[in-house]
Design a protein. Structure first.
Length: 379
């Protein structure tokens, strides 16, 4: 397998955030020069200036600003595009902001990249497992090994949570989701991530720039914002627990995801930058393991020493899916990626960090739920 030697300056959009800061550290440790362009979004970073490594160069600005993008691209050879608004629930009612910053912002970046295409060797974009909608299911009723599924309004109102096969009506079984599974975005956020992925891959194909989209599953770890009620479920639950409140669990808590540690995500981006023989491709980044939302709540409470049972509200949030966990065969074969942090190890590290940062955890979960309820987005 061919690989490039780490060299040349890398631009990371959104590099002062959760995933970006870990990637900055990793690339600097490997000898790369790194520049960051980040708008330091208050919802994500609070009143701070983001997470900054003194070894990197930081530019404050947004990918919507052509001049800021031009300054950021000066002298760089590779680009990692992480900048995005994140949050399935919030995207349902702040549609313009999500579409503008995620889609238009990506378009501005690509237009400016086209102007310096002769010195750009690679573009790696953060896509999302959310673009799949529901994961892959097999149905014993009709014999399909990748059947479409549905959860009707009537079914959800009856608190019947498991999907039905859209072909025969039987109960299908969730399977690991490969990149070949049909894309069925169930939220505005997911649609914008699909668009970011497709825009970058089409751009790379057209201009001869090696482009890779990494479809990230549920990322958790240190430095995740504890006061952003639209971020990952582990951080949201932790914020509740650190403030003496029970985690709020929708449906029955048995919905499952693939929780992948942020250090493994950073490694995947590094591999995508290094490999000069892999391009024009979208790859899952996860662990291949299925963990329920209820498991996350229980593990966090136990590790934090908080005697609080999760509050199972038996309600459905618009845009949520039931099961999706990754098939990571392709990224193993093409990039040599292998997850190195188990769920138990990662949660132990996360809770150790949480105990040190507890005063920073402002619980905004009720306010966020109120926004959704007032708009009829919780059933």
């Amino acid at each position: 397998m061919a690989a490039t030697t780490p060299s040349g300056k890398v631009l990371i959009t959104g590099g002062a955030g959760f995933i970006g800061s870990h990637l900055v550290d990793r690339l600097l440790d490997s000898g790369r020069e790194v520049r960051v362009l980040d708008s330091v979004e208050p919802q994500v970073h609070g009143s701070g200036a983001g997470i900054r490594n003194p070894g990197a160069e930081y530019l404050d600005g947004t990918v919507l600003d052509r001049d800021a993008v031009d300054r950021a691209l000066d002298g760089v050879e590779s680009v990692v595009h992480l900048a995005a608004q994140v949050g399935v629930g919030q995207s349902a009612y702040e549609i313009y902001r999500y579409v503008n910053e995620n889609c238009t912002g990506t378009a501005v970046l690509l237009e400016r990249l086209a102007e310096v295409r002769d010195r750009i060797s690679s573009l790696v974009v953060a896509s999302s497992m959310s673009i799949y909608g529901e994961g892959r299911y097999a149905c014993d009723g009709c014999g399909g090994d990748d059947v479409p599924v549905r959860r009707s309004r009537e079914q959800l109102e009856a608190r019947d949570w498991e999907p039905l096969c859209a072909v025969c009506g039987a109960r299908p079984r969730p399977l690991p989701t490969p990149e070949t599974k049909r894309i069925e975005s169930d939220s505005i956020y997911a649609t914008t991530k699909r668009d970011q992925e497709e825009l970058c891959l089409i751009f790379g194909r057209g201009f001869g720039i090696r482009s890779v989209a990494l479809r990230l599953f549920n990322v958790y770890g240190t430095r995740q914002s504890l006061s952003n009620p639209y971020t990952g479920v582990a951080a949201i639950f932790a914020s509740r627990l650190l403030n003496g409140s029970a985690p709020t669990v929708y449906e029955d808590g048995l919905q499952s995801r693939d929780f992948v540690h942020v250090s493994d995500i950073a490694r995947a981006f590094e591999l995508a930058l290094e490999r000069d023989d892999v391009g024009d491709v979208a790859l899952n980044v996860g662990t291949g393991n299925q963990v329920t939302v209820l498991d996350v709540a229980h593990v966090l409470a136990r590790e934090l020493g908080v005697d609080l049972e999760p509050e199972i509200v038996n309600k459905f949030r618009q845009g949520d899916i039931r099961h999706c966990f990754g098939d990571i065969t392709a990224i193993r074969e093409q990039l040599g990626y292998e997850p190195s942090v188990s769920f138990d190890e990662g949660m132990a590290e996360l809770t150790g960090w949480l105990k040190e940062t507890a005063p920073e955890a402002e619980d905004r979960t009720k306010a966020a739920a109120g926004e959704l309820e007032s708009r009829g987005l919780i059933v």
